[in-house]
Design a protein around this ligand. Structure first.
Ligand code: SF4
Length: 145
């Protein structure tokens, strides 16, 4: 991978530090994880002009970058405080999974990991909570066995 421009690298480090602070999350204690993700975000800034999540495969990056879903901080982070790139994690390095809906791959992979600062972050929490309420209020015959 080409090194991103110093401007975008600095911009993304600044953004990531601020977002972690604002949401009560931490950078991974595993060496190299944070650097790799921030570098990937900065490269997407160079390429697309948007901080598209670097941990997914996209058939069409340009098209995806026009949606907000996977722009950092992505919808999953804003709704559930879950970062599958492990950029924003707990102090012990585990991703937060407690707000994820049942059956989400993050829960399957990491089990239930509590959010140590549940009052912070989750700007789209209402969307997520509404989604969960809708799920539970569906007629029984429309729910999976
Ligand atoms: S998973 Fe979401 S919050 Fe984490 S780095 Fe990717 S876009 Fe950002």
């Amino acid at each position: 991978m080409n090194q991103p421009s110093p401007e975008n690298l600095e911009k993304m480090w600044k953004y990531a530090r601020k977002f972690a602070q604002k949401t009560g999350t931490f950078f991974s204690p595993v060496e190299g994880v944070t650097e790799a993700v921030v570098t990937g975000l900065a490269s997407h800034m160079d390429e697309l002009g948007k901080p598209l999540c670097p941990c997914n495969f996209y058939p069409d990056k340009q098209a995806e970058s026009r949606n907000r879903r996977w722009l950092c901080a992505c919808d999953e982070m804003q709704k559930y405080k879950y970062c599958h790139c492990l950029l924003y994690v707990r102090e012990d390095g585990m991703p937060i999974t407690e707000h994820l809906p049942e059956g989400h791959e993050g829960r399957e992979m990491y089990g239930e990991q509590a959010d140590p600062a549940p009052h912070l972050g989750r700007a789209m929490r209402q969307v997520a909570d509404q989604g969960i309420q809708d799920w539970h209020s569906r007629p029984e015959d429309s729910q999976p066995e």
